[in-house]
Design a protein around this ligand. Structure first.
Ligand code: GTP
Ligand code: MG
Length: 171
């Protein structure tokens, strides 16, 4: 029985939704108010323990959300085992963009890819534009994992990745 698994994970979503911030929080436990917009993509790794005692090491590709980098995305999701599509709960247009990423993944990514929808910036719930009900209903319809989180406060950040790790069939 194997106890160690390594999976390629891609972060997708509009620019400034907080993909790099979620990755930086998860991997290094840090947050930067003035996180720089990603150019091309960034790579990092981090491991999580699953409840069955296995360890999952994620190879994380943090992609650039700016439109001019859109054509690069297939290079990162093509061989991916899992994708985390991020939007900002305080910006409805980023939820629309997240849905178009999900459609693209459903058409172009490996058919068994695990997709999680992550609503980031939960600390900005006073200016929320996307309700939790709407997003979780959309996630359920599309068989996506769903978590609301905040890279800033660290709320639920590790949960996004452990949910994904637990959802991947270990065979
Ligand atoms: P691109 O690299 O351009 O695709 O953007 P990105 O999705 O990687 O966003 P990034 O992590 O660079 O964050 C954009 C801005 O949002 C930065 O100023 C972050 O400090 C801020 N930010 C990220 N996560 C949060 C959060 O959970 N809450 C709040 N309030 N701000 C956040
Ligand atoms: Mg970034």
């Amino acid at each position: 029985n194997r106890s160690f698994f390594q999976y390629k994970l891609v972060l997708l979503g509009d620019s400034s939704v907080g993909k790099s911030s979620l990755a930086l929080r998860f991997v290094r436990g840090q947050f930067q108010e003035f996180q720089e917009s990603t150019i091309g993509a960034a790579f990092m790794t981090q491991s999580v323990q699953c409840s069955d005692g296995t360890t999952v090491k994620f190879e994380i590709w943090d992609t650039a959300g700016q439109e001019r980098y859109h054509s690069l995305a297939p290079m990162y999701y093509r061989g991916a085992h899992c994708a985390v599509v991020v939007y900002d709960i305080s910006d409805a247009s980023t939820f629309t963009r997240a849905k178009s990423w999900v459609r693209e993944l459903q058409r172009q990514a490996p058919p068994n890819i695990i997709i999680a929808l992550a609503g980031n910036k939960l600390d900005l719930s006073h200016s929320r534009q996307v309700s939790e009900e709407e997003a979780s209903a959309y996630a359920a319809e599309n068989k996506l994992l769903f978590v609301e989180a905040s890279a800033k406060t660290d709320a639920n950040v590790k949960l996004i990745f452990t949910r994904v790790a637990e959802a991947i069939p270990k065979s």
